[in-house]
Design a protein around this ligand. Structure first.
Ligand code: FNR
Length: 187
């Protein structure tokens, strides 16, 4: 039985390092995990008024897509020591209407990345604050703060550095075990 993991990428930039990293992880995860990016760039900003009437199709499609998955992997850059707004918006959209959050109980993991040295530590932990509230059992170890990310990617979309490749492979193996251990009962 395949383990299906939604991947949410916190950057919309065409040449995004974060997206390249997410794509490399999709390959590294095979065949144990099937990772699939769910796009969040065209989700309208969350507005509770609209949710109480006829919610935009973009929101309902997104909620359905996440609901169908076994787990969620967040791969995000850091904006001003926090999570980019596009990712926070997706989290907010998925969390409502009240009582029908698509996140509730879904196992999760967080990878942050930056061309800088600190690997998006601030974004990683701001995101974790939301995941606690959303009741997502989130992989604690290993933590993944990918610093100097630009230098780690090769021209063909792979991870150039063997140490990082091995680290991400281990991370994904642990995440697979974490998903198995934290599957909601009956799933
Ligand atoms: C950044 N960047 C950044 N980097 C970092 O390590 N910590 C930070 O707090 C910020 N803040 C920040 C704010 C905004 C608005 C932008 C546009 C950028 C730099 C950021 O890491 C860099 O642009 C990355 O390349 C963004 O990730 P992608 O788009 O390459 O995936």
């Amino acid at each position: 039985m395949s383990v299906d993991v939604a991947v949410l990428v916190g950057s919309l930039r065409k040449e995004s390092f974060t997206r390249k990293l997410a794509n490399a992880m999709i390959e590294l995860a095979k065949p144990a995990l099937r990772l699939e990016i769910i796009e969040i760039g065209r989700l309208p900003f969350y507005n509770q008024d609209e949710d109480e009437g006829q919610p935009p199709a973009g929101w309902t499609d997104f909620r359905q897509a996440v609901r169908a998955m076994d787990a969620v992997l967040f791969v995000t850059p850091e904006y001003n020591r926090s999570v980019p707004a596009v990712l926070k918006n997706a989290i907010d959209v998925g969390s409502r209407p009240y009582g029908a959050s698509v996140w509730d109980g879904k196992p999760a993991a967080v990878v942050s990345a930056s061309p800088g040295a600190m690997g998006g530590f601030g974004a990683n932990h701001h995101l974790r604050q939301s995941l606690v509230f959303l009741n997502m059992p989130t992989l604690q170890q290993p933590e993944a703060y990918i610093g100097h990310v630009a230098a780690l990617l090769d021209a063909s979309g792979g991870i150039a550095n063997e140490g990082t490749r091995n680290f991400l492979t281990t991370f994904l193996l642990k995440f697979g075990s974490w998903i198995e251990a934290n599957r909601p009962h009956g799933a």
